[in-house]
Design a protein around this ligand. Structure first.
Ligand code: 2U9
Length: 365
């Protein structure tokens, strides 16, 4: 049989194909299951061995030349198609870019940034430490002995194993161990705040098992309650962006401070809502308990590796979540940790609005 003529015809038609669809049809026509060259290959089975030896190589050569021609034509047509697309399609650089989804800064992070900014201005550094603590740093060094109720299993999350020194491991119940670690590592004088997550076995509308605190510690010579009161007043005025913040100090008790004071802030009732500012004793006003503080207990100064006859200090602790609620008007603490996108979009802050003192610290949502 004259395979050469068949081959020439096929190659000519392949060379003439003007698009990839036509080329694919030709491939099926020649090499598909029912294709003409496939049919020729099938005839080999019915041939005598001599005939097959003669015709086999010619049929295979025909198939190979057609296969090669299809491949070459395909790449020519593909690059022509690409050239045509490149020539026809243009990118309009003047179009606005599509909106990228934008997250928000969580109010807790925002308030922590505001606190760091305000206290930096007062000369305080930000200190941090582990959230998994041992009971010495979390309790013993803070003058909370073995018998202290806060150590009980129903208040504190313990790990089943002890550390290498046989100390119980737990999720820190306050950020105070950070101050102990900083005193031991850096000595005195010291001005630090320790913001961060803390954990207590507590859960209801106003308590979550994890919440945020900021604690402050000043250690220096001749420090007294006057320094504490001025620092808190200056901080609260900057944070709430009001000059008329009035403090009331009440005697209290904490194991780590002596004397200890509870700090109340005066508020007014405006349309049934509490607005900080003014004396709580004024008509229509009241006092709101806001934070705890005191002069650092001598024993705690000793646990921090310092001589309490030489060094004195004051310390305070505040709930950051509570501060955020008071300043930005949320009423349910639990929503802080639900991760609801709508809540975050409503109460969140733009990452581009970094709190600054000159800008009034709080930035518009
Ligand atoms: C060292 C010495 C003393 C930190 C203090 C408080 C008082 C306090 C609470 C406020 C609300 C915890 O978040 S809260 O539940 N804190 O009342 N914290 S004095 O005293 C320290 C800390 C570290 C070395």
């Amino acid at each position: 049989m004259d395979y050469a003529a068949t081959g020439q015809q096929a190659l000519a038609r392949i060379a003439e194909a003007q698009d990839l669809d036509t080329l694919e049809k030709l491939r099926v026509e020649f090499l598909g299951k029912q294709g003409s060259i496939s049919a020729l290959l099938k005839t080999l089975g019915a041939m005598s061995p001599e005939q097959r030896q003669d015709e086999g190589p010619r049929i295979h050569a025909l198939r190979e030349s057609v296969t090669a021609a299809l491949g070459e034509r395909k790449s020519v047509l593909e690059s022509a198609a690409l050239d045509a697309r490149l020539a026809a399609e243009t990118v309009d650089l003047s179009l606005p870019a599509p909106e990228a989804p934008r997250g928000t800064v969580h109010p807790v992070s925002q308030v922590m940034d505001e606190l760091a900014e305000i206290f930096a201005d007062l000369g305080f550094a930000v200190a941090s430490g582990p959230e998994i603590e041992d009971d010495w740093h979390n309790f013993t060094a803070l003058n909370m002995p073995e018998s202290h109720p806060a150590r009980a299993m129903h208040d504190t999350f313990y790990f089943p194993d002890k550390d290498g020194q046989g100390r119980s491991m737990l999720l820190r119940t306050h950020t105070s161990p950070v101050q102990i670690r900083t005193m031991l590592a850096q000595g005195a004088p010291l001005r630090i705040i320790a913001p961060g997550r803390v954990y207590r076995s507590d859960s209801d509308a106003t308590h979550t098992p994890m919440f945020h605190q900021v604690e402050g510690l000043v250690i220096d010579k001749g420090i007294h309650l006057g320094h504490l009161k001025w620092t808190l007043e200056t901080f609260l005025k900057a944070f709430f962006e009001r000059e008329d913040i009035v403090l009331r100090l009440r005697p209290s008790y904490f194991p780590f401070t002596e004397p200890s004071v509870e700090v109340d802030v005066g508020f007014a009732l405006v349309n049934g809502k509490r607005v900080l500012g003014g004396s709580g004793d004024a008509p229509g006003h009241g006092w709101m308990e806001l934070l705890g503080s005191g002069m650092v207990n001598r024993k705690v100064i000793e646990f921090g590796g310092l001589d309490p006859d030489e060094w004195q200090g004051f310390a305070f602790g505040i709930g950051v979540d509570r501060l955020a609620m008071l300043k930005y008007g949320m009423d349910d603490l639990r929503a802080f940790f639900d991760g609801d996108q709508r809540w975050l979009a409503h109460y969140g802050f733009s990452a581009l609005d970094v709190p600054t003192l000159s800008g009034g610290v709080g930035t518009p949502a």
